[in-house]
Write a protein that binds this ligand. Structure first.
Ligand SMILES: [Zn+2]
Length: 293
């Protein structure tokens, strides 16, 4: 038995080892295919790792500029346009803007963009530093704490968004069931996660299995410490089905490298692999819109 913790999606405890990185292993459920980190961090370790991204600029050097555009004078880059498209998709599915809960609201820029389009927004995030900053920058109020435990005063929302959140949670099925409970009947959830069935992941996985000389460094960048689960189109679809949603759309999306700080040695091959992945339907991101039945 590789791990005693049952799979968060199907409850099975039979895993296949994908990678052993020393400090962490990457396992795939033998039954449903959901991929997870093992061991999962303690809550103290998780908070420390997540906070590091905000407090230590050297912790994740490639993404240290990622949030630099999240201020009131932001430039209309592909990430911002992607957020606006998400809001437009929700407005189409629901026929109009309504009440929106952004889980993992972070910088608050998504709430700001939503409000501009007529949504009434509520945000929740585990990080007090980012919530304070969001309040100052965008005048949005973000509740600090665990979205799974906060009761939201029995409020029911028209839409819930989880942008780059589900891969960070211990129990993604429990999180989606919580989303389901917080939505009104007919309400919609939008989930954005990295796509584990991307060409980039396939290339790094194959390179690591072949024992390439930079395998450890590449695995560390792909299977980053804050991510606890890794989703494919198959497993994310099963997850939303099991949580009681009807899948509306499952789309793939590109990663915008303009916000990443990369040396040319990394950037050029990365751009080539991402472009090839897009051409063969193995993009680096997944976007799921699902409706509460
Ligand atoms: Zn499973």
């Amino acid at each position: 038995m590789l791990a005693r913790v049952p799979c968060a999606l199907c409850g099975e405890s039979d895993y296949r080892l994908l990678h052993d990185m020393g400090w962490r292993r990457v396992l795939r459920c033998a039954r449903c295919g959901l991929i997870r980190a093992d061991p999962l961090p303690s809550i103290e370790e998780k908070v420390a790792v997540e906070t590091l991204g905000y407090t230590d600029e050297t912790a994740y050097p490639e993404v240290r500029d990622f949030f630099k555009n999240c201020h009131r004078d932001f430039v209309d880059d592909p990430v911002i346009r992607g957020m606006r498209q998400t809001l437009a998709d929700l407005e189409q599915a629901l026929e109009r803007p309504g009440t929106l809960l952004d889980v993992g609201a972070g910088t608050g820029i998504f709430m700001h963009l939503a409000r501009e389009r007529g949504w009434t927004t509520t945000g929740v995030d585990i990080c007090p530093l980012t919530a304070d900053k969001a309040a100052r920058e965008f005048d949005v109020r973000i509740t600090v704490g665990s979205f799974e435990q906060h009761d939201f005063d029995s409020q029911r929302f028209d839409a819930v968004t989880m942008l780059d959140v589900l891969e960070h949670v211990y129990d993604p099925l429990a999180a989606l069931r919580r989303v389901h409970a917080l939505l009104r009947p007919g309400g919609a959830v939008f989930i954005a996660v990295p796509n584990q069935r991307s060409l980039l992941t396939a290339v790094v996985d194959a390179y690591a299995r072949a024992g390439g000389p930079w395998a450890d460094k590449l695995l560390l960048r792909l299977y980053v410490a804050p991510h606890l689960h890794y989703f494919t189109p198959v497993t994310i679809r099963r997850l939303v089905d099991t949580a009681g949603f009807r899948l509306h759309t499952l789309q793939q999306g590109k990663v915008y490298l303009g916000r990443y700080r990369l040396s040319p040695v990394l950037r050029i091959p990365l751009e080539m692999i991402l472009a090839a992945g897009a051409a063969v339907g193995m993009n680096a991101r997944l976007g799921v819109l699902a409706v509460k039945q």
